[in-house]
Design a protein around this ligand. Structure first.
Ligand SMILES: Cc1cc2nc3c(=O)[nH]c(=O)nc-3n(C[C@H](O)[C@H](O)[C@H](O)COP(=O)(O)O)c2cc1C
Length: 172
């Protein structure tokens, strides 16, 4: 796919998309006995039936090769207690698991303990898009726990505070 040269500077694009508040997750995988993990906020739910999600990996990310070669990964949705974990798994070129005990909690690959959700995925497909590889995951297992989410807004970690009212379960 060829893309026309952009009139929008990449930094302006990042700053503008930074106005879209997100949660924060770590994608973990393991290949040849070596664990890999990376902090992401490009996580998107794609389809409910079948259950599909996507994560965008920049072309410099080491984890994308591990994810595609391993053929599977877990999305760990972080709680507000996980800011250090988010920073650890965002440091470029470092061994993100150095000094961490590996916890599997029944999954095929190491997971982040106390995450608000674990979504176990088989690699469904990858799509090259601009300077990122879009990785689609077919969700094969989920578990959730109560807690406060870690948010990301304007390039900073932030809290996500619920409003009082509950939405009808069929609001979508
Ligand atoms: C809050 C936050 C969200 C991030 N989201 C993404 C993302 O969605 N995709 C991406 O490629 N990098 C993202 N990054 C940057 C990667 O975590 C970082 O480049 C990481 O070190 C790459 O892993 P590597 O060292 O294995 O290449 C994010 C960083 C932070 C702090």
């Amino acid at each position: 796919m060829t893309t026309a040269p952009s009139l929008i500077d990449p930094l302006l694009m990042r700053q503008t998309m930074g106005r879209f508040a997100t949660g924060v997750a770590v994608v973990t995988t393991e290949f040849d006995g070596v664990p890999h993990g990376m902090t992401v906020n490009s996580l998107t739910s794609v389809s409910l039936d079948p259950p599909l999600l996507l994560v965008c990996f920049n072309h410099g990310a080491r984890s994308v090769e591990a994810v595609t070669t391993a053929g599977g990964f877990v999305v760990n949705v972080l709680s507000r207690r996980h800011q250090e974990i988010a920073l650890r798994f965002a440091r470029r070129g470092e061994d993100h698991f150095a000094g961490l005990g590996l916890e599997y909690e029944g999954h095929r690959v190491p997971v982040v303990p106390q995450a608000l959700a674990h979504l176990e995925c088989d690699l469904e497909r990858t799509v090259e898009a601009g300077d990122h590889t879009v990785v689609f995951g077919a969700v094969t297992g989920v578990c959730t726990r109560e807690g406060d989410p870690l948010g990301f807004y304007g390039g900073r970690f932030s809290d996500i505070v619920p409003h009082g009212q509950a939405l009808d379960p069929w609001f979508f």
